[in-house]
Write a protein that binds this ligand. Sequence first.
Ligand code: ARG
Length: 250
Amino acid sequence: MLLTLALALSATASATPRTLDQIKASGTLKLGTEGAFPPFNFYQGKTLTGFEVDLGNALGKALGLKVEWVVQPFDGLLIALNQGRFDAVVASHAITPERQKAVTFLNPHYCSTVNIVARKGGPLSRQALAGKTVGTQIGTAQIPILQAIPGIKDVRTFPNDQTVLSALQAGRVDAWSSNGPVVAYMLKQTGQGGKILIGEAISRERNAGAVAKGNTALQGALNAALTRVQADGTYAKLSQKWFGQDIRCQ
Ligand code: ARG
């Protein structure tokens, strides 16, 4: 028991984020993501795929590195990043002042809104959320924004957006809040188009990858790689493939 504890503690203590030189020497870039946020990072059968997975692979290629994906629940990603479980995270994090205290963000790889979503006849605006319950993913940037809506009854957190959508369909919450492109994709996939509607935007995000706090050499290399794939047409091609439009920040 004691030995297990000691091993666990030493594993945590010795886990240090890798430097750019160490990553280059290993030949492999480890990227962390969630795998449940379609069409950005998700599973198609047993295959991890999505816009951010394609983009992360392209960034690795631009740096001459192989990419290895590490998948874990969203709410622990930034802690795992600082513990060195992977070198960078690519999981649609909004750049927020709060998160900037904890990690070092890359330049945003897209911009998007966060919307209020409800069944037909349900609350589709901030105003309509008075007295209502909204569900959203745990660990997300929209939680404090939702909590600040005047008169809102309850903000309930769920492990991922699939579970919030199920709760909305079952009437266990009055509304759902998530990034617009994710809602649009999931409603289309599940054939909920006319029954569930996308309402008001409650925030506009710059969505970015991040490296461990202060890992600036790696930040510089990944930003340079992003600039390159955005300049050479790779980014435009991937954005067209997943969204039918270019979603880079204007
Ligand atoms: N954009 C929101 C945020 O920054 C949600 C991101 C959720 N990402 C995910 N892979 N589930 O908190």
